[in-house]
Design a protein around this ligand. Structure first.
Ligand code: GLA
Length: 536
C-alpha cells in the first residue's frame, strides 16, 4: 500500500469494505458448494494392463481408504502380497509399494522385490485408470475395476509330492551354452525374431563354438485351450514348427514356464498342469525348460521343503516324457538351492536375483559366487544369470571380465544380446575359444581364490589337462598391478619350465623370473593359462 493511499480516508474505507466482503465470501465458500462425498475406494480391484500381444497382465490390489489416506496390499509375487501406502484426493490416486526386507539367507533380492513401485491414476465412473513403470522403466497403463476378495487372493496350495532324489538325466556334462531372449528383448520377442536369432547363431560361427540352445523366455504364453493345454499367444503361431526350424539349423530350443499360476511377467504358468505342460513341451520338441518360481511364492513358502517339492513335481514330469530336456531352476538362489537343486532333476539353478547390464550388478553377482563355487559339478551347475555382453551397458574391459568370470565359475554361457547385429568387440568376447574352453573344461573343478591385493582379486582353477588358469581381476576404478608368483601355481615338479599364455591377447607371456606382474585396466582382467612346457 502506498503512503498516499494510507492518508486518503475515502480510499481507506473502500478498501476495508472490500476486505470485509472478501472474507465473508471465503468463510461461506465451503458451505455454498454442493456437497461432493469423497469416493471410498476400499475393497478389491483388478488392474488389467494390455501387453500388446492379446494378453493382459493382471494385478490385484486391496485398498483400505481412511479419509485421503490409502493403505492395503498389492498381490503379485510375495507370499502375502506387498503393502502399499498412498493418497486419494480430488479423484487422483497415488500409491507405492513398500518393499520387503531382503532375504535372510543373504541372497541378493530380485529387483522385483527390492524397489518401491509407484502407481498413479485417476478415478472415473467406478474405474481407476492407473499407470506405473516396471523395473525396466517401461510405462505400463491399464484400467482397474472392482473385484472380489476370492478373485484377488492366490489359489489354495495343491499337494506337493513326497521328496525324493530324482535320477541324473545325464545331460549337460559341461555348462550349457546358448542364447536367451530376456535380457535384450523381454516381451518384444516373437517367432520371426527367434528364427533369425537361430540363423545368426549359425552364421556368426557361435554354434561351432558350442552355443546351441535358442531359449525363449517369458511372454510367449497365450493361456489354455478348452482341454487345458498350454497354448502360445499370437506372437508364436506354431511352436512345433518353430522348434522344427531351430532343429533344422542343428540347434536346440528352450522354453520357459513357472510353477505358479502366472509367470513373472503375468502370463500363464504351469500351476496344476505340470504333467500336461511337460508333455506339451516334449510334443513340440523342446530341449530345455527354464522354470521360474514367480507367483508360486504367493501360494507356497520360500523354504527348501516347499520349493524342492515344486521343482521335483516338474522335474519328474519332464523325466517321464522320456525326451532329454535340460531343467533350469530359477528361484533366485533362495533356500540354498545349490544344496538340493540336483535332487529335483535340476541341471542348473539360478543363484541370484536378476542381473542388470551394468558393472555394479555384474561385479556383485559374479564375485558373490565364490563361496558356493564347489556346489557346481558335472551335470549340475550354479547359474549366476545370463550374459549381458553386447547389450551396451558396460565397456569392453567389463564385458571381458563378465565372460572370464563366468567361465572361471563354470557358469552357463547363455548370451543375452542381439546376435543378428554384433560388433567385432562383442563377437571377440563371446567367441573367444580359449575362454570358452575354460568354462567347458570337462573336469569342472571349482574356482579358488589365489590372492587379494587391494582391488585386485586373483582366481585360479585347475584344468583337466593339468594346466592352471589364473584370472587377475581388477575390481577397482583405476588401473592396478596384480602379481602372481609362479611358485604359487603348483604345477609339475619344482624347477620344471612353465609356459604361459594370455587368453585375451592370444600370445605367450614371458616366464623369466619367479613372478609375473600384470597391469590390469579398471574393471578389467588378465587371463593366463599356465602349463608345463612340453619337451623341456
Ligand atoms: C524373472 C527371471 C528373469 C526372467 C523374468 C521373466 O525375473 O529371473 O530371468 O525370466 O522373470 O519374466
Amino acid at each position: 500500500m502506498r503512503m498516499s493511499d494510507r492518508l486518503n480516508p475515502r480510499k481507506r474505507s473502500m478498501q476495508l469494505s472490500r476486505l470485509f466482503v472478501l472474507s465473508l465470501f471465503c468463510l461461506l465458500l465451503p458451505w455454498a458448494q454442493p456437497a461432493v462425498a469423497q469416493t471410498d475406494l476400499t475393497g478389491y480391484w483388478v488392474l488389467r494392463v494390455p501387453n500388446g500381444d492379446g494378453i493382459f497382465r493382471e494385478v490385484y490390489i486391496q485398498i483400505n481408504q481412511s479419509g485421503k489416506t490409502i493403505s492395503g496390499t498389492l498381490f503379485g509375487r510375495g507370499p502375502n502380497g506387498t503393502p502399499i501406502t498412498g493418497t486419494f484426493k480430488d479423484r487422483q490416486l497415488h500409491f507405492a509399494t513398500v518393499p520387503p526386507a531382503p532375504p535372510a539367507n543373504g541372497a541378493a533380492p530380485s529387483p522385483y522385490f527390492s524397489r518401491s513401485q509407484v502407481y498413479d491414476g485417476v478415478y472415473q465412473d467406478g474405474k481407476l485408470s492407473l499407470q506405473t513403470q516396471n523395473y525396466r522403466k517401461e510405462t505400463m497403463q491399464g484400467i482397474a475395476e472392482r473385484t472380489t476378495r476370492e478373485a484377488a487372493l492366490p489359489p489354495a496350495p495343491l499337494p506337493l509330492p513326497a521328496l525324493r532324489d530324482l535320477p541324473d538325466n545325464g545331460l549337460v556334462r559341461t555348462p550349457p551354452m546358448g542364447w536367451n531372449s530376456w535380457n535384450k528383448f523381454a516381451s518384444r520377442i516373437d517367432d520371426a525374431a527367434v528364427r533369425t536369432m537361430a540363423d545368426a547363431m549359425v552364421a556368426s560361427g557361435m554354434s561351432k563354438l558350442g552355443y546351441v540352445y535358442i531359449n525363449i523366455d517369458d511372454t510367449w504364453e497365450g493361456g489354455r485351450d478348452a482341454a487345458g493345454n498350454l497354448i502360445p499367444n499370437k506372437k508364436f503361431p506354431d511352436m512345433k514348427a518353430l522348434a522344427d526350424y531351430v532343429h533344422s539349423k542343428g540347434l536346440k530350443i528352450g522354453i520357459y514356464s513357472s510353477p505358479g499360476p502366472k509367470t513373472c511377467a503375468g502370463y500363464e504358468g504351469s500351476f496344476g498342469h505340470e504333467v500336461q505342460d511337460a508333455n506339451t513341451f516334449a510334443a513340440w520338441g523342446i530341449d530345455y525348460l527354464k522354470y521360474d518360481l514367480c507367483t508360486a511364492m504367493t501360494i507356497y513358502q520360500s523354504t527348501q521343503e516347499d520349493e524342492q517339492g515344486l521343482y521335483q513335481k516338474m522335474g519328474d514330469a519332464l523325466q517321464k516324457t522320456n525326451r532329454p530336456i535340460i531343467y533350469s531352476l530359477c528361484q533366485y538362489g533362495q533356500a540354498d538351492v545349490w544344496k538340493w537343486g540336483a535332487k529335483t532333476g535340476g541341471n542348473l539353478w539360478r543363484t541370484t536375483g536378476d542381473i542388470r547390464d551394468d558393472w555394479a550388478s555384474m561385479d556383485r553377482i559374479g564375485f558373490g559366487q565364490l563361496a558356493i563355487a564347489s556346489f557346481a559339478r558335472i551335470g549340475h551347475w550354479n547359474d549366476p544369470d545370463m550374459l549381458e555382453i553386447g547389450n551396451g551397458g558396460m565397456n569392453t574391459d567389463e564385458y571381458r571380465t563378465h565372460m572370464s568370470l563366468w567361465s572361471m565359475l563354470s557358469a552357463p554361457l547363455i548370451a543375452g544380446n542381439d546376435l543378428r547385429n554384433m560388433t567385432d568387440d562383442t563377437k571377440s568376447i563371446l567367441m573367444n575359444a580359449d575362454i570358452i574352453a575354460v568354462d567347458q573344461d570337462p573336469a569342472a573343478k571349482p574356482v579358488q581364490v589365489l590372492s587379494e591385493q587391494g582391488k585386485i582379486e586373483t582366481l585360479w582353477r585347475q584344468m583337466k589337462d593339468g594346466a592352471v588358469v589364473i584370472g587377475i581381476f581388477n575390481r577397482g576404478d583405476a588401473a592396478a598391478n596384480g602379481t602372481v608368483a609362479w611358485s604359487d601355481v603348483k604345477l609339475g615338479d619344482a624347477g620344471q619350465k612353465l609356459q604361459v599364455r594370455d587368453l585375451w591377447k592370444h600370445q605367450a607371456v614371458s616366464t623369466v623370473g619367479d613372478r609375473y606382474t600384470a597391469t590390469v585396466p579398471p574393471h578389467g582382467v588378465e587371463m593366463l593359462k599356465v602349463s608345463v612346457a612340453e619337451g623341456k
